[in-house]
Design a protein around this ligand. Structure first.
Ligand SMILES: [Zn+2]
Length: 126
């Protein structure tokens, strides 16, 4: 289970932060998960909840997830752009992503930058 090991990773990262800042517990975290990261957000949250229930320092922690931005660069004219929202709010379809065409010159081969990351954006501790 991919998501479970990511959750384990996050938990140990959070525990490390608690030690580093000498705090007792984590109350809130915010994650940025790219829509091309291959991470199933529901599974990750499920694993994270299950793991944090076993850690008194993380118990009851709130988790917020935002999907991070994706940017494309046109291989034809070099134009950087973000895809139309409407076309990309649905569950990810890699083929759809590859079919993004440049709004300036209409070139059909555009390279994607970003969208496959998983970042810990905010951590609130007390
Ligand atoms: Zn172009």
């Amino acid at each position: 289970m991919h998501e479970f090991s990511i959750a384990q990773e996050l938990v140990s990262q959070l525990k490390g932060l608690l030690m580093q800042y000498q705090r007792r517990r984590v109350t809130f975290i915010k994650l940025a998960i790219g829509r091309f990261s291959g991470v199933v957000v529901e599974s990750l949250l499920f694993s994270l909840t299950a793991l944090s229930e076993q850690e008194s320092a993380l118990k009851g922690m709130k988790v917020e997830v935002e999907s991070s931005n994706v940017e494309y660069t046109c291989n034809g004219c070099g134009h950087n752009f973000q895809p139309e929202h409407s076309a990309h709010t649905d569950p990810i379809n890699i083929f759809q992503a590859l079919a993004v065409s440049c709004p300036l010159c209409g070139h059909e081969f555009c390279s994607r930058k970003g969208g496959d990351e998983l970042l810990l954006l905010t951590v609130e501790m007390e």
